[in-house]
Design a protein around this ligand. Structure first.
Ligand code: FES
Length: 140
């Protein structure tokens, strides 16, 4: 069994909700997102494509915000194998590699792609708004 087969397609991106085009929401959806705790974490052109930014969500959760072309992804900055920060791990445009033991995670879903990690890392919903990039803690 591969690590890939351990996790089903039950992530936010595959369900189409990881990234929200804020400007396309109807008033009811807009009200819903404003009440759901999104906080601004970056300016629109702050992060170059294939770049990243370390952020803190809700003043307590370390996270990494990645940009790939016009898409943004946000994952918790903690390896699920042994708690190492992923902060400075190599990033190939889809997967971040843990600098400690080499586990890889898909930043679009949080899925563990390589041992020794077998559990996913958290992903956070991202909104691209006209004035910046917003992220929410989806478990608060
Ligand atoms: S702590 Fe990340 S692979 Fe071990």
């Amino acid at each position: 069994m591969t690590v890939d087969s351990l996790h089903g397609p039950t992530n936010l991106l595959e369900s189409g909700r990881n990234q929200i085009d804020f400007n396309s929401l109807n008033p009811d959806e807009l009200k819903s997102t404003e009440m759901s705790g999104f906080e601004k974490v970056a300016e629109l052109d702050e992060i170059p494509s294939l770049g990243r930014k370390s952020i803190i969500i809700n003043d307590e959760i370390p996270a990494l915000l990645f940009r790939v072309d016009e898409a943004y992804y946000c994952v918790e900055d903690v390896c699920s194998h042994d708690g190492q920060p992923l902060t400075n791990g190599p990033f190939d445009g889809k997967e971040i590699t843990c600098p400690r033991h080499g586990a890889r995670f898909d930043v679009t879903s949080g899925r563990a792609c390589a041992f020794p990690a077998t559990e996913p890392i958290r992903v956070f919903p991202v909104e691209i708004r006209s004035d910046g990039i917003y992220v929410a803690d989806n478990e608060s």
